[in-house]
Design a protein around this ligand. Sequence first.
Ligand code: GUN
Length: 296
Amino acid sequence: MSKLADIIDGKQIAQAVRQESKLLLAELKSNRGIIPGLTVVLVGDDPASAVYVRNKEKACQEAGISVTTHVLPSTVAETTLLNLLDQLNNDSSCHGILVQLPLPRHLDADKVIELINPMKDVDGLHPLNIGLLAKGTPRFVSATPAGIQQLLGRSGIDPAGKRVVILGRSNIVGKPLALLLMQKDKMANATVTVCHSATPSLESFTSQADILIAALGSANAVTGDMIKPGSVVIDVGINRVEDSTRPKGYRLVGDVDFESAQHIAKAITPVPGGVGPMTIAMLISNTYHAAILSVG
Ligand code: GUN
């Protein structure tokens, strides 16, 4: 029997990051009297988004951030949302703004994101923040890419000089992650390839990856035979698959077929308990930085 891959424990690493932020937030409060404020905007009643927002609220409050959530109906007029953002942009007690995605179809997410004050864009999705990351001077990096970099770094896996293959080119994960890991900086300096839905022969790329990052949103799409022996596999996917043995009738699986991949990889993130917990930890860290930036 081959040795199984080491598990990269996102829950434990996220807990460590959150504890560090909690100490920094306590210092900020006692030394400078600042309690960072995060405002979350949730539009509509998508159950998964509601759960994500609740988890973000709880974790941020636990760390010492003051969280305000605005829940708007799915039919909200675009001008109402834009007016709310305008008000938050000018509210000095609000240091960070997060508009939960996806938005209902009648709203233009790009337009909404562009209206957020880039100094309060703790999601790192504003074009100015993406641009700063692209030119190698990041201000806010979106939570999932930042969390993946921390997962690697804190597991003793330095991407420098490695072949990193990212599956997926989304604005929220694939693209910013590629920019982050190709930077000439610590815990970066990788040779990055981004594969997507128009990439022929995915396996010819995945099998070359020292670090394979799957963010394509397709359950169990990456199987053990596609990955390089001894590689590191980071699974960003969160997919529901039917499972009548579970109380909810489904279970969560990643984009990687864990069962087969764990026999080939050197290290792998589980789903759940891998990348997921890191995103919240990085939101806390970004909100702390937003508060620091606001006072210079
Ligand atoms: N929906 C899923 N992930 C995210 C995220 O990182 N930020 C926001 N705003 N919405 C999301």
